[in-house]
Design a binder for this molecule. Structure first.
Ligand code: GDP
Ligand code: GDP
Length: 441
């Protein structure tokens, strides 16, 4: 299922982020550096037994004041219960059941979503015995583990994965080849997402129908413009603004991830006066890792004063250097307020959609790439030349290429970058993340 989301909740110091890091292994997390009472909230993608899911570490609280502390935790649990598909309620065997654990358990028992109780720091046999007291919290599914060593983690993950519906890969592909492009509007609060949506929805005549998203948190609207069909995905929070106020950051990131999971192409909106933030870059790279097409909209361009002929060009150059290594992305300067280039943005998204479906014939691919390899060879390793003999595009939905060679492990990043650049300059993959694999011939 697209966007299956697992939230880890629990008191501070029970080991949430230790488990989170273990789930992600060496993958990079998105860190929500919300200041104030919460410590970093983290988002990431994990996989187990071929199932992929989003993981949220709901973070902890640095406040010393008991009531702020409790209020924040309640809010956190409430949002997690609304937004996640599965909750991991983590407790710590070393402290035993605390009052706060009992309070959280009361909330979580009322959840309509499945809750797994995870008793952590069960590092040895003594603790295994002590851990049985946690059955008294009244959860059906109880797991004992040590996040530090990883023991017990496999059982937990097996059960998590069992809840995620199978994705029928073959079926999905045939379906997708005839389906309508899905475009998600994402970005930080106040960049102009709802204004963009309203500007487009304002064109009522273009709307074909409203279709519910796969979760109730996204809204899909089917449009017809420029003789083209597409579906715009927005997060329910964009339309129901008041609700979002509760915890703007948490909602906006989690919903952006959901919308992204359901989309083929993401329109990432930035505020021209603020530029790109760390959080934007995190979202951008997450979309890339998920294989989604991307178009960046620099909105509120009307607010940039004294624009000269070079302003947009310089801005774009600077922005692309921040987006590197994935900088082959369309950047459009928009003013939703003045209705400038908003249709251009849609056109670009549709073009990226086409690029994402591009299949380069093997003969053409080899003709171009073998020439590029011939003119700049991979570096010699331990006196042996690395030889790439053949390249083919894999039959995956998002573009991926396999390079067959004698020493696949010895092709290093700089050379991979060279090959990717050659692919991009010869075939149009603008806005599309591409994957390169190296295989033994
Ligand atoms: P969070 O605040 O819930 O995210 O907790 P952290 O992941 O930051 O962990 C709090 C402390 O508990 C850290 O010092 C961890 O090293 C420690 N810890 C986490 N998991 C385990 C475990 O399985 N066993 C033991 N003994 N310590 C752990
Ligand atoms: P959202 O939180 O991303 O949905 O942002 P909104 O659409 O609510 O916009 C936030 C604020 O920015 C509102 O006051 C809008 O009127 C304003 N805004 C949106 N787009 C533009 C634009 O292109 N130019 C200017 N000057 N203001 C804009």
């Amino acid at each position: 299922m697209a966007g299956f989301t697992v939230a880890i909740v629990g008191r501070p110091n029970v080991g949430k982020s230790t488990l989170f890091n273990r789930l992600l292994e060496q993958r990079k997390a998105i860190v929500d550096d919300v200041s104030g009472v919460t410590r970093d909230r983290q988002y990431g993608v994990a996989d187990w037994n071929g199932k992929t899911f989003n993981v949220i570490d709901t973070g902890g609280f640095v406040s010393r004041s008991e009531d702020i502390f409790e209020r924040e935790i309640r809010k956190q649990v409430k949002i997690a219960m609304e937004e996640a598909n599965l909750l991991l309620f983590m407790c710590d065997v070393a402290t035993g059941i605390t009052d706060l654990d009992s309070d959280m358990a009361d909330m979580l028992r009322r959840s309509s979503k499945p809750v797994f109780l995870v008793v952590n720091k069960v590092d040895n046999a003594t603790r295994q015995l002590e851990a049985t007291e946690f059955y008294s919290l009244g959860f059906e599914k109880v797991f004992f583990m040590s996040s530090m060593s990883g023991s017990g983690g496999g059982e937990l993950l097996d059960e998590v994965a069992a809840l995620i519906p199978e994705e029928e890969e073959a079926e999905k592909e045939t379906e997708e080849s005839v389906k309508i492009p899905k475009i998600a509007i994402i970005g930080q609060p106040n960049v102009g997402k709802s204004s963009l949506l309203n500007a487009l929805i304002g064109e009522e005549r273009n709307i074909v129908s409203d279709i519910p998203g796969t979760t109730r948190d996204t809204i899909h609207t089917h449009y017809k413009m420029f003789q083209k069909d597409f579906i715009l995905i927005d997060t329910a929070g964009i339309r129901r603004k008041t609700k979002v106020q509760e915890d703007l950051e948490f909602y906006s990131v989690i919903r952006a991830i959901k919308a992204m999971d359901e989309a083929d192409v993401c329109l990432l909106l930035l505020d021209a006066t603020k530029g790109i933030t760390g959080q934007d870059l995190n979202i951008f790279s997450l979309a890339g890792r998920k294989g989604k097409g991307l178009v960046v909209l620099v909105n509120k361009w009307d607010l940039i004063e004294d624009k000269s002929t070079n302003t947009a060009r310089d801005y774009e150059k600077e922005l692309k250097s921040r987006l590197a290594p994935f900088s082959d992305v369309p950047i459009i300067f928009t003013s939703v307020m003045e209705k400038q280039r908003i249709f251009k943005a849609i056109e670009e998204a549709l073009r990226v959609y086409e690029n994402r479906q591009r299949k380069v014939p093997t003969s053409k691919l080899n003709e171009v790439m073998l020439k590029a390899i011939e003119s700049y060879h991979p570096p010699v390793v331990r006196g042996i030349p690395v030889r790439i003999k053949y390249v083919t595009q894999l039959p995956t939905f998002t573009p991926a290429f396999a390079f067959f060679c004698n020493l696949p492990d010895d092709v290093k990043q700089p050379y991979k970058n060279y090959l990717e650049n050659q692919l991009r300059s010869n075939f149009d993959f603008e806005g599309v993340p591409v994957k390169l694999f190296f295989r033994k011939k």
